[in-house]
Design a binder for this molecule. Sequence first.
Ligand code: HEC
Length: 174
Amino acid sequence: MASRKKQRTKQKTPQETPPKDPRKTPPQGVWIGALATAAVVGYLALDREASHRADPENATQVAHGAELYAAHCAECHGANLEGDENWQMPLADGGLRAPPHDESGHTWHHADAHLFAYSKNGGKDMAPAQFKSNMPGFAEKLTDGDIWAVLAYIKSRWPRHIQLRQDRLNSPGG
Ligand code: HEC
């Protein structure tokens, strides 16, 4: 008998949840509006970030970069990123011929920030003073977003394992 009594006292009457007040639920339109706003804000944030980095997975950025590459870089670095035929042989004046931007060159040995600065300012700012660089700066011709797009295109042409190796240079401490 005693045990039964104990059981009884343990049992709790389930709390009744009050029915939802329909006036407190916002109409559907408000939700849709809020979602749409969040989507637009998110898109803009992504878009702004994308224009300050070279993303080989971003098809729009890569396509834009491909056009710019053909117009501004191909004459020296090769239409197919193959570089000057004798790129490893320095010129008589000690200057260099344009290296390939594909995986056979050394572009991927550098972090994005270096490639960006080299493309924007040219070799004169980057190389030692006595070295006569033949790489022009593109600060006057291309916006920062354009330069990131060209780099996205160049990166998109590397095989996956090269992309991953170069990407490690971009992370701090890598
Ligand atoms: C007039 C020829 C010429 C044009 C046009 C040119 N480059 Fe170059 N580029 C060179 C040469 C030559 C080098 C080798 C280094 C040097 O001389 O400073 C070089 C080097 C580079 C490097 C450094 C690569 C490394 O491994 O250190 C990058 C990055 C680069 N070029 C990007 C570009 C991009 C992007 C464009 C187009 C927007 C471009 N170049 C257009 C001639 C050119």
